[in-house]
Design a protein around this ligand. Structure first.
Ligand SMILES: Cc1cc2nc3c(=O)[nH]c(=O)nc-3n(C[C@H](O)[C@H](O)[C@H](O)COP(=O)(O)OP(=O)(O)OC[C@H]3O[C@@H](n4cnc5c(N)ncnc54)[C@H](O)[C@@H]3O)c2cc1C
Length: 628
């Protein structure tokens, strides 16, 4: 039954009653942006089909610090796994979390809000996608953002804010609230100070969201600190783009509806509708103008392939007839590989491990309920972006560049495009390139077997055994040159595709990640942070971390996702991209991709802001193309 307060969330019967100009597949991060912007025009009718549940006002989603309880939890997460990674020594499939339900991954992410560097987006344009450079995208970053000035909530801070910001780079009227967490890991201050001592470019940037983010700073979070009814809760595509528009009569959203394939016109490569499963039955719905695929980085290419759009060899093996040959569908999959060290705090210092104590947890719950502050109100923590050129000699950079360029020789369709590799190799010489991201993770997480997210969040057993507290420093590779693929191996829409992010397939990626760890360790050995630490809880003394070779070996055994897979249907020129620069799928009319799949090349930073910006711009392209 339809909830009178949420009229757009309709029943199956109601959904099938209407005709749609556009159908959006996936009510996730990007999908709800598309639905909201297109229905601004009352003459345009939009249907959204979302495979997961609605989860409206769910406390596990709305309470910022509870994200670890949703990750890989089947109520909220698709719970994918990678294939065994050829580049890693750890031969177990790795957990791959993706949000399932309205809001998609924006409902379960850590809420870290960063933007990447100017050169990241300029590279998108350089790869044959005019209009996607940083200058052209900045209005879309601002359009989705609602930045709350920290002076408004300064009195709620547990530690002073060390980070500067320039309001001119932020939007203040958009649907997605951004703020600095008011509860920050108490050691963030010392981490930022220790980092600044490593060199001029390791201190705080003027504004880490300006397109120049080199240095160490408190991350913004997608958390509402505007003082309104949403105070201290997650701001995501549901709160920002769906709920404010839920009364629109031209918007219809059906949840628990799994789209299984697109319907193409006979003898003509044009999409006319789609098939979906709901309540155990198949249904077909027609579309008047376009289907917009926003099913995310793994499911968008899966739906295209199930519909017969993709690489003919892949489709044949899966038993699907090829209707449109587009060999780039499912290729170019990139993620940020991440590895880490664990640090134990001296007695008396606290991290989020304090919530293991039932009395402290109860007090935190009371504080959150009363004032929306305290540890439970906190999202992802501080971060650092480091240019490889600032930690390597010129000779070392030249050797890294040579290895990247040599790897292009003889390369076919697989892996990152040669043109993209060249751009990354060039950028590695720049002191502005945030090649390495270090993320402060505010608890003593279990880093011994990172293939399982459950064991990762369960915490380090040794630290727990003696009631210790700690945190981890994750080294993340911002611009990997390894790229993999995601493809169906069956025509069954309920069977997961084969997910291969190709972590560290190219050795040079493992080396750069290891260099990031070296810097993380230097930070931990520098005052005033080092005085707060008992020492390293992971890796143990048996690991040779004194040499780069030793660290590379460690990295290959202990790397996982930073949760930023993208580019599996990337935009680019015909033959290089699966979609064109206007996000239209090459070779077929009536279908566009608007989600993280369409991003052509990794950005240096957490990617939700890039997805929101891409979706905002994507809507303008759709409106322009249809004159609506
Ligand atoms: C655990 C985790 C932590 C993260 N942390 C951060 C962070 O701190 N900061 C940051 O910037 N980024 C973070 N990210 C990344 C960021 O959230 C994602 O990149 C982004 O939200 C992806 O948006 P999307 O629109 O491409 O896909 P999604 O938001 O995943 O949306 C896809 C939607 O499509 C639906 N769907 C899929 N298949 C079908 C189908 N066949 N039929 C109907 N519906 C379907 C899904 O259920 C989902 O709702 C994190 C991601 C995860 C998973």
């Amino acid at each position: 039954m339809t909830d009178p307060n949420l009229p757009a969330l309709c029943s199956l019967e109601d959904f099938l009653k209407h005709e749609y100009d556009f159908i959006v597949v996936g009510g996730g991060t990007a999908g709800l942006v598309v639905a909201a912007r297109l229905t601004e025009n009352p003459n345009i009718s939009v249907g959204v089909l979302e495979a997961g549940p609605a989860h409206i006002n769910d406390p596990l989603i709305m309470t910022p610090a509870l994200y670890s309880m949703t990750i890989m939890n089947p109520e909220y997460d698709w719970g994918h796994k990678t294939v065994v990674q050829r580049g890693l020594k750890n031969k177990k499939p790795l957990d791959q979390s993706r949000g399932k339900g309205l809001g998609g991954s924006s409902g379960i992410n850590y809420q870290m809000y960063n933007r990447g560097h100017i050169s990241d987006y300029d590279a998108w344009a350089a790869l044959g996608n005019p209009g996607w450079d940083f200058k052209s995208l900045l209005p879309y970053f601002k359009k989705h953002e609602n930045f709350s000035d920290p002076s408004l909530y300064a009195s709620k801070n547990n530690i002073p804010l060390e980070t500067t910001y320039d309001p001119s780079f932020h939007g203040t009227t958009g649907p997605i609230h951004t703020s600095f967490s008011t509860w920050r890991l108490p050691q963030e201050k010392e981490w930022i100070e220790a980092s600044a001592k490593l060199g001029k470019r390791f201190g705080s940037p003027k504004d880490g969201w300006s397109g120049d983010h080199i240095g160490t700073f408190h991350s913004l979070s997608s958390i509402d600190r505007s003082g309104g009814p949403g105070e201290g809760t997650r701001s995501y595509s549901v709160t920002g783009y769906l709920l404010p528009n839920v009364q629109r009569p031209n918007l219809h959203v059906l949840t628990e509806a799994l789209v299984t394939k697109l319907v193409l016109e006979k003898d003509k490569p044009a999409v006319t509708g789609l098939e979906f499963e709901h309540g155990g039955k198949k249904h077909v719905v027609n579309v008047k103008k376009e289907v917009v695929l926003s099913a995310g980085v793994y499911k968008t290419p899966q739906i295209l392939e199930l519909s017969g759009i993709g690489n003919p060899d892949v489709l044949k093996k899966a038993g699907v007839e090829c209707l449109v040959a587009n060999p780039r569908v499912g290729e170019n999959l990139q993620d940020h590989p991440a590895t880490g060290i664990g640090l134990e705090l001296i007695d008396g210092q606290k991290s989020l491990d304090m919530l293991q104590d039932p009395a402290t947890l109860e007090a935190a719950q009371k504080e959150y309920m009363a004032t929306r502050t305290g540890p439970l109100s906190s999202g992802g923590s501080a971060t650092s972006f480091i240019a490889l050129a600032d930690i390597c000699s010129k000779d070392e950079i030249s050797s890294i560049q040579k290895r990247i360029l040599d790897s292009i020789k003889g390369q076919g369709q697989e892996g990152l495009l040669p043109s993209a590799k060249k751009l990354i190799a060039e950028d590695y010489a720049s002191h502005d390139d945030g090649s390495i991201q270090i993320v402060l993770l505010p608890a003593a997480l279990n880093l011994s077997d990172v293939s399982s997210q459950k064991s990762f969040f369960a915490g380090d057993l040794n630290v727990k055994a003696h009631g210790g507290q700690g945190f981890a420093l994750a080294s993340c590779l911002a611009r990997p040159v390894s790229a993999g693929s995601v493809h169906i191996s069956s025509s069954d829409p309920n069977q997961d595709p084969d997910i291969d992010p190709a972590y560290l397939l190219e050795d040079v990626d493992a080396e750069i990640l290891a260099r990031g760890l070296q810097i993380a360790m230097k930070m931990a050995e520098t005052s005033p942070l080092k005085e707060l630490l008992k020492g390293r809880y992971w890796p143990g003394p048996e690991v040779d971390i004194g040499t780069l070779e030793g660290l590379v070996e460690y990295v290959k055994g202990h790397t996982t996702t930073e949760y930023h897979p993208m580019s599996s249907c990337s935009m680019g020129k015909q033959g290089e991209g699966a979609v064109d620069g206007r996000l239209r799928v090459w070779g077929v009319k009536g279908v566009r991709v608007v989600d993280a799949s369409a991003i052509p090349l990794q950005v240096s930073g957490n990617i939700q802001s890039a997805v929101y910006a891409l979706a905002e711009k994507g809507c303008d392209l759709i409106k322009e193309d249809w004159g609506v």
